[in-house]
Design a protein around this ligand. Structure first.
Ligand code: NAI
Ligand code: 13P
Length: 334
């Protein structure tokens, strides 16, 4: 298949590498200097250092040439880059092939999920869907085994495309619960910030397990309120990615939490990170959605208090632990 991967950060580069082994892949970056540097070194030294780009992987900063003849588009920018990239595609003024996206989050300001942004910007696409699940870019680039979910409301497209993209290094599962897969991928990043804070403060493994489990309950409540199936939360894009991101040292969102626990300010943390941490802008959107839908999301509220309202980690932990006791299903005991 001829595939255009749009966005050359860590994840776009890793996916392009993985698919270049079996498909005809072009990786597009908006920045021509970055493309020149990658072409010169055959490495993405800025976002995925130490991994050689195969000779078969084409690189370009020209969107029209990346898209020409492509049978599948894969948008792998941060969610903040999704709408601008879709608009650039629309501006090409030509029929487009099916499109997948791999960004995780709710769009800042609009609180929209990626599929809603895609529907607004490219309503005439023949098919569309999300790629999500537990997948650190570096491990995928190194060829280590990984399994992810390909979700689309068009179940036949999800199955057909999962079959076409499946490989022995990157196993694909089809799913037609697009909302569930997107919510799982978006909100686990918020939980990873919370877990990083708890681990950074030395709260121990009991606290970590509690955060992950109650985090999953929180994600599931929001997902179901948005129309998702609870079963999806038990899958790769739900529990799978939540476990990976909350516990994996490669997670940027977890690193944000660890650094908050060291007392660093958010601007300093983001500067040091040098990559996107989607949980930071998404936490605010998730809380907005939760308030709108009257879904109780105390861990998300605690992360927002830490990130945006100057609360101290000790304060938010005290607030979380001091809440009225509840049943595990969520009703108050008194
Ligand atoms: N890195 C990972 O392990 C994984 C990341 N993801 C998701 O993939 C998305 C991208 O993440 P990364 O590649 O890791 O980010 P990154 O921080 O490594 O790189 C971001 C890339 O996006 C580009 N970009 C930003 N705004 C853009 C725009 N408007 N148009 C075109 N390009 C733009 C930047 O120039 C940069 O190349 C995020 O939503 C992330 O949550 C999903 C699975 C794994
Ligand atoms: O989404 C990811 C793994 O599935 C990457 O997580 P981070 O963005 O926290 O690094």
């Amino acid at each position: 298949m001829k595939i255009a991967v749009l966005g050359a950060g860590a994840w776009g580069t890793a996916l392009a590498l993985a698919y270049a082994a079996e498909h005809d892949v072009t990786l597009w970056a908006r920045n021509a200097e970055q493309v020149d540097a990658m072409e010169g070194a055959r490495e993405n030294a800025r976002y995925l250092p130490g991994v050689a780009l195969p000779a078969s992987l084409a690189l370009t900063a020209d969107l029209a040439s990346a898209v020409a003849g492509a049978e599948l588009l894969l948008v792998v920018t941060p969610i903040a880059g999704l709408r601008p990239t879709l608009r650039a595609l629309a501006a090409l003024g030509q029929p487009l092939p099916p499109l997948l996206w791999a960004c995780k989050g709710f769009e800042a300001g609009s609180s929209l999920l990626p599929h809603q942004v895609v529907a607004e910007e490219l309503p005439a696409l023949p098919a569309a869907g999300a790629l999500s699940g537990p997948s650190f870019a570096l491990e995928v680039a190194q060829g280590l085994p990984c399994a992810v979910t390909l979700a689309s409301e068009d179940a036949a497209f999800a199955r057909r495309t999962a079959l076409a993209l499946n490989s022995t290094r990157l196993r694909l599962y089809a799913n037609d619960d697009l909302v569930g897969v997107e919510v799982g991928g978006a909100v686990k990043n918020v939980m990873a910030i919370a877990t990083g804070v708890a681990d950074g403060l030395g709260f121990g493994m009991n606290a970590r397990a509690a955060l992950i489990t109650r985090g999953l309950a929180e994600i599931s409540r929001l997902a179901v309120a948005l129309g998702a199936s609870p079963q999806t939360m038990m899958g790769l894009a739900g529990m799978g990615d939540l476990i990976l991101t909350c516990t994996g040292t490669l997670s940027r969102n977890r690193q944000v939490g660890l650094k908050l626990a060291e007392g660093k300010s958010l601007p300093v943390i983001l500067e040091e990170l040098g990559h996107v941490a989607e949980g930071v802008p998404t936490a605010r959107e998730v809380l907005t959605m939760a308030e709108r839908l009257e879904v109780d999301m105390p861990i998300t509220a605690a992360v927002c208090a830490l990130l945006y309202h100057g609360a101290s980690p000790q304060q938010v932990v005290g607030d979380l632990m001091g809440r009225a006791p509840k049943s595990e299903a969520g009703e108050r005991l008194a």
